[in-house]
Design a protein around this ligand. Sequence first.
Ligand SMILES: Nc1ncnc2c1ncn2[C@@H]1O[C@H](COP(=O)(O)OP(=O)(O)OP(=O)(O)O)[C@@H](O)[C@H]1O
Ligand SMILES: [Mg+2]
Length: 351
Amino acid sequence: MSTLTIDHVKKSFKATEVLKGVDLEVASGEFISLLGPSGCGKTTLLRCIAGLESVTSGRVLIGEQDVTNLPPEKRHLGMMFQSYALFPHMSVRENVRFGLRMEGKQSKKEQLEIATNALERVQMGHLADRMPTQLSGGQQQRVALARAIANTPSLLLLDEPLSNLDARLREDMQIELKELHRSLGVTTVFVTHDQEEALSLSDRIVLMNGGVVEQVGTPDEIYSTPRTAFAADFIGAANLLPAKKQGQTVVTETGAHALAVQSDAADGAGNVMVRQEDLLIAAETGAETPIAVEILTKVYRGADVVYVVDFAGKHIRVIAPGHAAQIPVGSAAIGVRAGAAQWIPESVNAA
Ligand SMILES: Nc1ncnc2c1ncn2[C@@H]1O[C@H](COP(=O)(O)OP(=O)(O)OP(=O)(O)O)[C@@H](O)[C@H]1O
Ligand SMILES: [Mg+2]
């Protein structure tokens, strides 16, 4: 397995700079997700790593080797893209063998054995002689995955491989992908714009925004300590309230409520972030729920209830367990769980 180093990679298409200097170190065996809104440059970065796109400046290293100017086939990669269709005129086994045949390193017998093994790894060994049209969408996806891992790549690149599967199948495939990653130990870069998928699969998440890396961290770090308002909002739909910080206290602009924060940032303007699950809600104000609010809407979801409340003119969301007594729409009170308010300064330099 290999490390991956992205050293200040920039990429422009004509006059448009799509990657504006991306730096990233991926450890050997790590599962990393590139996450960000549509158009932020995830696919472009993946294609630069693969060598399908040349970089405008900067370097790409796989292990110790500078591969910046090497063609894709010399980078020893496995790749799978959303639109990476199987060849319809070849059997499943021949599809998986295809890359090995192109490389021509093994005998035909060995290639067939390797292809069969790869198919068994994704539970498709029994369908090796079928044609792609005789498979379901999820099965085709598995074959594409087998093709990507057949030549034991040092780096696996996956661009939204699960995005055209329905929700249930997608969840199953996420679990299988995770298992496969664990058993192969292959360094993996996974592109998604689905935050839940990134949170559940990754060792670390690289959050991208407008061609730069906004924040890199473990799912827990990114979720619980977002560095920017963008990060807070993109991951987990945070409640953000404009506020002013003085010492370890912030005062919200609307409602003038004071909340305790722990932050080394300079005093001044910014946002206070509170996750929807870190708010307490009750029918009346009390010690734990001192802020009077109006419940505008509530949505019962089985395991929990989402309340949309009006907080001095701003709409915020509160999640309460489904088994708790439900509070009717109208007057209510909220409080912030101790230690849950996070200070996000107005401007921080992107990581
Ligand atoms: N070959 C190209 N020529 C010109 N512009 C391009 C080219 N490829 C991508 N772009 C532009 O670069 C930007 C980033 O595109 P990219 O495909 O990397 O985004 P993405 O983050 O993968 O988005 P999505 O989540 O929608 O797949 C977009 O504005 C896109 O229009
Ligand atoms: Mg893309």
